[in-house]
Design a protein around this ligand. Structure first.
Ligand code: SF4
Ligand code: SF4
Length: 422
């Protein structure tokens, strides 16, 4: 296993080696003045929401699908959409699962460093090979202009104190990673008029601590942030800064500011292509939960096709694996709760179907779908034969081949109240 296979750390491999980011880390523990939480972490990404956030078991299923469809993937990373170490349980469990199933991949983390020191040994044990720490300043007087606050457990630091604590943790993280043989890149967001004159000092400290690369990323001014009106650095400014900083640490020049759910080669991102797969995986239940939910509820008129709208179904058919061990059969009929009642109706339906791992309907509104999923019942708008859908659902969890192309407009032919099957 060599650095050569990581496309971010070795530019010569960008045409052969792909990466996948697993978006399992929604929370963050600091507030950068260039960040709007509606967007991906700009430490490692361009603005734009990740299409879904995954739980660790879902991330593993997603990784299986990515590895099958993109076998040139050599790096699995966690880069948000918040900060991986602000979500240590999810991050470490995802890394453990990924390592268990794909021991030959490279493992990469991108963090602000605030909560990394307590986990350095564990990261090494889990096989993390590469890490990125975003360090925008090594002087708290400059840092306080960049960070509004930082949270350490239940303690919240603000302004200068936040910058001081954060910088200490970043230095400790870089040192600890390097000592453990993990290859480190330092990202520095260049904010004109705030830290551009300080980038060389950051590079010097990073180089002294043993970082392999520095990635000077031009600020991407984001709406509704304190830095929204700061002009983006010019190419000339970034080029000059890289020249000066490059005296102290090698500079990365090919960063793509990837999304937290990036997939594929740096030069040919496939995250759009995998968005539906990601979304499906975000609805998968854990295997143990599947065991307590052996059935699937189906909205059907005659018991052959999935062909009824969620809101118009008064009785669901409950299907499950046939006792003969081959195929599927109807187990029973089950009445749906009466219509009306808004959100309560969908919570009640999820409760009525609590032994079902999913409900299959021909169409539904977004609101009931989200309410059912919030209540633990994934809902799929699909078409085709019930048994074909069940075969795909039980085998792979992937119903994309049956996805109903166009959900019927809410209220059109159904008895709902026009507010998403209410
Ligand atoms: Fe936003 Fe990332 Fe900064 Fe957290 S570390 S505030 S997610 S840019
Ligand atoms: Fe590599 Fe930059 Fe993309 Fe991170 S954001 S995966 S460093 S190209």
């Amino acid at each position: 296993m060599t650095v050569k296979k990581h496309p971010c750390f070795d530019k010569s491999s960008i045409g052969q080696c792909g990466r996948v980011h697993l978006p399992v880390a929604p929370k963050c523990n600091i507030k950068c003045n260039y960040c709007n939480r509606k967007y991906d972490c700009v430490n490692e990404s361009r603005p734009g929401v990740t299409s879904s956030v995954l739980k660790p078991h879902q991330a593993l299923e997603y990784l299986h699908k990515v590895m099958a469809a993109a076998p040139n993937t050599t790096v699995v990373g966690i880069a948000g959409p918040g900060d991986p170490m602000a979500n240590p349980v999810e991050t470490l469990e995802t890394m453990r699962l990924a390592k268990e199933h794909y021991p030959d991949l490279l493992f990469c983390l991108s963090s602000n460093g605030m909560n990394m020191p307590p986990y350095l040994d564990r990261l090494k044990e889990l096989g993390v090979t590469h890490a990125t720490i975003t360090m925008n300043a090594v002087d708290s007087d400059i840092g306080e202009k960049i960070y509004s606050w930082a949270r350490d457990g239940k303690v919240i630091y603000r302004k200068g104190n936040a910058a001081k604590v954060l910088i200490e943790r970043q230095l400790e993280s870089i040192k600890g990673l390097v000592e453990r043989g993990i290859i480190v890149k330092v990202n520095t967001i260049v904010v004109p008029g705030v830290n551009d004159h300080h980038v060389e000092e950051v590079a010097k400290v990073a180089g002294e601590l043993g970082a392999t690369l520095q990635n000077c990323i031009p600020l991407y001014p984001t709406a509704d942030t304190p830095f929204a009106a700061v002009p983006e650095p010019t190419h000339a400014m970034i080029k000059e800064l890289r020249k000066v900083a490059g005296v102290h640490v090698t500079q990365m020049t090919h960063c793509k500011r990837c999304r937290a759910d990036a997939v594929g080669l740096l030069e040919a991102d496939r995250s759009g292509e995998f968005a539906e797969t990601l979304s499906q995986c975000s609805r998968l239940l854990p295997t143990s939960e599947n065991e307590s939910r052996p059935y699937v509820a189906v909205a059907t008129r005659e018991g052959l096709l999935v062909n009824m709208h969620l809101g118009e179904t008064r009785t669901f058919q409950i299907w499950g694996p046939s006792p003969s061990g081959s195929g599927f059969c109807k187990i029973m009929d089950r009445a749906a709760p009466a219509s009306g009642g808004g959100a309560k109706r969908w919570a009640a339906l999820a409760d009525v179907l609590k032994d079902c791992r999913a409900v299959l309907v021909a169409a539904m509104g977004d609101t009931p779908r989200l309410l059912l999923e919030e209540n633990g019942l994934p809902a799929h708008a699909v078409s085709g034969f019930i048994t074909d859908n069940l075969d795909a659902l039980y085998r792979t969890g992937d119903l994309s081949a049956f996805s109903a192309r166009k959900a019927r407009a809410c209220g059109g032919g159904c008895s709902g109240g026009g507010e998403g099957c209410g």
